[in-house]
Design a protein around this ligand. Structure first.
Ligand code: URP
Ligand code: ZN
Ligand code: ZN
Ligand code: ZN
Length: 472
């Protein structure tokens, strides 16, 4: 059924204005005043903003990692995402060396097919470059619409690739017009520091942070940025946590390099002291890169405001405290890395960013949706509110308050790293391609509504199909 959203204030990355939105055939059919109400369900958005649905470019759902598997899968993870105002996710498809890429992609389709309540796409991990991989990559782009490749510079003997692999991936991505993503930390030096810490009997969660100092992230970020310039390619640095890494991105961008950076809410709000919480609670705050000293947050906020960092990802990678994080009770290296954040990414940035005057309303939309859509080949299907684009919309009440808690969140884990934090501004209703997924704070979506999206190449527009209005 057609829907007409009335009385709201539309906010895009560039504009803020009052207008009504007519939805038909899953897309935004018209924006204006005095639109024809015939056969429409009327949705009153008085007092609310209408945002483009959030795009979370960094999730790990149903992913084997650290000797266990992330707790949230494509069903629970996308329900939580929808509650939080996110209508598209891009998840990381892991690959195994020696295995055809297509086999890994098929495995990720199996994990997600029929489960997601919002739309989704994949990035592909590249861990080696050889003739088989080179032969398959064009197909990955053309057939699967996967136009971003992820290379790990850390997690030695697990995911880590060497510099030649990164460089060759950058060269190939330039040719194929894909975006290379890196986890930028120096895995070799981390391994040495970890061995030293364990030899000295230092096994507590805080040593996770102390063995991964910010210089280690700054060095790897700078190295990846330099290799990108040498290859004249394009790079997206995930989960930037510290000043040292931000500086390297700023430096490369000043030279005109195609280098982009993402940060995550955890680095904007939490800090290294959280890892020192007693009773092993510090394990809840183990991310890689680790949480930093508080002063880094000012640098990250400034970088978001200045456009030096372009996106906000969640890096959703959730493990229960009981039974999963506890695997590292006697050895911090066995604590599975990551946390539950897919649900609160959007509202935390609104509350901490817009409400506190650190970023503008339009920057908020750019950071949570538009820029990711543009970089990852989803725009203008996703990432804005425009005629012909998907009706992925968030009706958002800027005055509602909520206290974050594991008791009320929709993620499948037994804790929330932001427990007790009060945030201002909440999604009230969320639509995915014109269907309510969340309506008046109730989940009304269904598993399987979410479609797999084949994306356009890096920096190229997604070609929209022409949709004609239904005659009433
Ligand atoms: O600690 C983290 N970030 N876990 C998820 C995997 C990754 O490195 O992104
Ligand atoms: Zn229709
Ligand atoms: Zn990572
Ligand atoms: Zn990640």
């Amino acid at each position: 059924m057609k829907k007409l959203i009335k009385n709201g204030v539309i906010v895009t990355a560039t504009d803020t204005y009052e207008a009504d939105v007519l939805i038909d055939h899953q897309v935004v059919m018209a924006i204006g005043h005095n639109l024809d109400e015939a056969d429409c369900e009327i949705v009153d958005a008085k007092g609310c903003y209408i945002f483009p649905g959030g795009i979370d470019p960094h999730t790990h759902l149903d992913m084997p990692f650290g000797g266990t598997v992330t707790k949230d899968d494509f069903e629970t993870g996308t329900v939580a995402a929808a509650f939080g105002g996110t209508t598209t996710i891009i998840d990381f498809c892991l690959t195994n060396k020696g295995e055809p890429l297509q086999k890994a992609i098929d495995r990720w389709h199996e994990k997600s097919s029929g489960k997601a309540s919002i739309d989704y796409s994949f990035h592909l991990m590249v861990s080696e470059i050889n003739n088989d991989v080179l032969a398959e990559l064009p197909n990955v782009i053309e057939k699967e619409g996967i136009t971003s490749f992820k290379v790990f510079m850390a997690y030695k003997n697990v995911f880590q690739s060497d510099d030649a692999t990164l460089y060759r991936t950058l060269l190939e991505a330039k040719k194929l017009r894909a975006l290379v993503m890196v986890h930028a930390e120096n895995g070799d030096v981390i391994e040495y520091l970890v061995e030293q810490a364990l030899a000295e009997g230092n096994t507590d969660p805080i040593y996770h942070a102390l063995t991964r100092p910010p210089e280690i992230e700054g060095e790897a970020t700078g190295r990846a940025a330099q290799l990108t310039q040498l290859a004249d390619s394009q790079l997206y640095v995930v989960h930037v946590s510290c000043a040292q890494a931000a500086e390297k991105i700023i430096e490369a961008r000043k030279k005109g390099a195609n280098v982009y950076g993402e940060t995550c809410p955890q680095y904007l709000v939490l800090d290294q002291t959280d890892l020192e919480k007693p009773n092993f609670e510090g394990a809840k705050y183990v991310w890689s890169p680790p949480l930093r000293e508080k002063w880094h947050q000012d640098v990250l906020w400034q970088a978001l405001k200045n456009g030096d960092l372009q996106t906000l990802g969640s890096d959703q990678c959730s493990f229960d405290f009981k039974g999963q994080k506890e695997l590292g009770k006697d050895d911090f290296t066995k604590i599975p890395n990551g946390g539950p954040i897919i649900e609160d990414r959007f509202s935390i940035l609104f509350s901490e960013g817009v409400v506190k005057g650190r970023i503008s309303l339009n920057q908020f939309v750019d950071l949570t949706s538009t820029k990711a859509a543009k970089l990852f080949g989803l725009y203008p299907k996703k990432g804005t509110i425009a005629v012909g684009g998907d009706a992925d919309l968030v009706i958002f009440d800027p005055n509602q308050e909520r206290t974050i808690s594991a008791d009320t969140h929709h993620m499948a884990v037994d804790y929330n790293a932001f427990e007790g934090m009060t945030i201002k501004g909440e999604p009230v209703s969320v639509l995915s391609r014109g269907e309510f997924v969340v309506k008046e704070k109730q989940f009304v979506g269904k598993a399987g509504h979410g479609e797999y999206i084949k994306r356009a190449k890096h920096n190229e527009p997604y070609q929209l199909k022409k949709v004609l209005p239904t005659n009433s």
